[in-house]
Design a protein around this ligand. Structure first.
Ligand code: GDP
Ligand code: IMO
Ligand code: MG
Length: 432
């Protein structure tokens, strides 16, 4: 069967290399859709040594004549979007890329970002256990307003009368919170209103009905790729709650945030690193706080592209990966950063947990239970060769091939793409 409609999902805690895999697939795709999350995402694409980072724009923006869609499930920071569009090089006018921004995407207002930072600081002051380590991009507070039905949508910032009414009510409420709970100065309505109108006039040419855009692309037999942000273990329902983001990062999120029926999705691709990383707080059973973690951080350049924070690093966790296979119904895995393991010496893979004296290969859907899980490792042969020039599976050293095969067998899912370096060219395709 032809894979016309595909969903690409982070299979770990985010930063798996989704951007580079989207870029690899965008060669053969007509439409790329972001459908959840916001500018908390940072997706890196490197082409010919040149680095492009996408926070809100889909990672397919570099290919000519594509349609890129920001779906209704995304929370949209207009300042970020405008600066990303302006900073695009080559510009959309050169590449002929068409950008469609959903009318229904909710707007991240400056007060959302302020409240994000303030509530995170308040949680921190109550003790480290309370802090989530958010990106400060206003994601949680914006989704709260959405679900509380008081949010401001992209369509509102081009409708001055409606905007005035909605924004005034919102600012009044937020000022009560800012002044009375946090002792902060209030927001000036007039200034924000003017700003929102100027964002509106910039964004207006891109606004559209993403639902119909996607439906007609499907009807016309176009190839569509839904680009997930964050990862399965950061999903608000299925992740390590409360140490999660505020959106549905799993494959199910494609249906609501991207407006597509589940039976229309032909293939679900999971992106996983050859090891694990996490940014922010929360349980991470295989985290290594010693030399291995340091090696991975240094060799893998594991620093967040959105916040610059060092990422926590550790061995590959098959228990968690199998959970992602299950929750998303993964059809295929793209394994990135295999090159980073070169020269690490003995390789370990966590294939089960020990919890309260019992051994299990089942990922607990509870942060508390996960806190007490101790990883049980299997040791695999390692390799020292630089594999970044390998372009075929057969080019890899035997130990690297057996590492890949071990994961395939443990997960029951084929690894169809392997990243051996950060550049577009540093990719091994295996019947992908
Ligand atoms: P995303 O959020 O899932 O798109 O991932 P990020 O862009 O936040 O982080 C992935 C990082 O790893 C980026 O710096 C990429 O350039 C880099 N990267 C991706 N794939 C590979 C790979 O196969 N090898 C190496 N060495 N780096 C990679
Ligand atoms: P991409 O798409 C890694 C993490 C934050 C924090 C938690 C909640 O690049 O993979 P939020 O600001 O969303 O309320 O923060 O989620 N987080 C990410 N971690 N990659 C991301 O995106 C992330 N987006 C959010 O560090 O722990
Ligand atoms: Mg990232």
């Amino acid at each position: 069967m032809e894979n016309r409609v595909q969903a690409l999902i982070g299979a770990q805690w985010g930063d798996e290399g989704k951007g580079r895999v989207v870029d690899a697939l965008a060669r053969e795709v007509d439409v790329v859709v972001r459908y959840q999350g916001g500018a908390n995402a940072g997706h890196t694409v490197i082409v010919g040594g040149r680095k492009h980072v996408f926070h809100l724009l889909p990672s397919g923006m570099l290919y000519p004549n594509r349609t890129c869609v920001i779906g209704n499930g995304v929370v949209l920071d207009p300042e970020q979007l405008i600066s990303e569009i302006k900073g695009l090089d080559p510009a959309p006018s050169v590449t002929g890329v068409r950008l469609v921004v959903s009318n229904g995407a909710h707007i991240v207002m400056p007060y959302h970002k302020k409240l994000d930072v303030l509530s995170e600081a308040a949680r921190k002051s109550r003790g480290a256990a309370g802090a989530i380590g958010t990106t400060g991009r206003g994601i949680g507070p914006c989704y709260v307003d959405k679900y509380n039905r008081i949010g401001i949508r992209a369509e509102d910032i081009v409708a001055p009368k409606l905007l005035e009414k909605k924004l005034r009510a919102s600012v009044e409420e937020k000022n009560l919170i800012l002044e009375r709970i946090y002792g902060e100065p209030p927001i000036n309505f007039d200034e924000l209103f003017e700003k929102a109108l100027s964002w509106g006039s910039f964004i207006e040419p891109y606004l559209g009905d993403s639902t119909f855009e996607i439906a007609s692309a499907i009807k016309d037999g176009k190839k569509i790729l839904f680009e997930g942000a964050q990862g399965t273990l950061l999903d608000v329902d299925h992740g390590t709650y409360p140490y999660v983001t505020s959106s549905s990062c799993v494959a199910g999120g494609v249906c609501t945030g991207g407006a597509v029926g589940p039976c229309r999705v032909d293939r679900v691709i999971g992106v996983a690193k050859a090891y694990c990383t996490r940014v922010g707080e929360g349980p991470f059973p295989t985290e290594d706080l010693k030399e291995t973690g340091e090696f991975l951080r240094k060799n893998g350049a594991e620093f967040g592209v959105t916040t610059g924070r060092p990422r926590r690093c550790g061995w590959l966790d098959i228990v968690a990966l199998n959970y992602a296979v299950m929750v998303n119904g993964l059809d295929v895995i793209a394994l990135t950063k295999l090159d980073v393991l070169s020269g690490l010496g003995e390789l370990k893979v966590c294939s089960s947990y020990e919890t309260d004296g019992a051994v299990t290969d089942r990922f607990p859907n509870s942060a508390q239970a996960l806190e007490s899980a101790r990883p049980i490792y299997e040791t695999l042969p390692s390799w020292d060769e630089d594999i970044s020039e390998c372009r075929k599976f057969e080019d890899l050293p035997a130990a690297a091939r057996s590492y890949v095969k071990f994961i395939e067998e443990a997960c029951g899912v084929k690894i169809g793409l392997i990243g051996v370096g950060p550049d577009r060219e540093d990719t091994i395709f295996r019947d992908f």
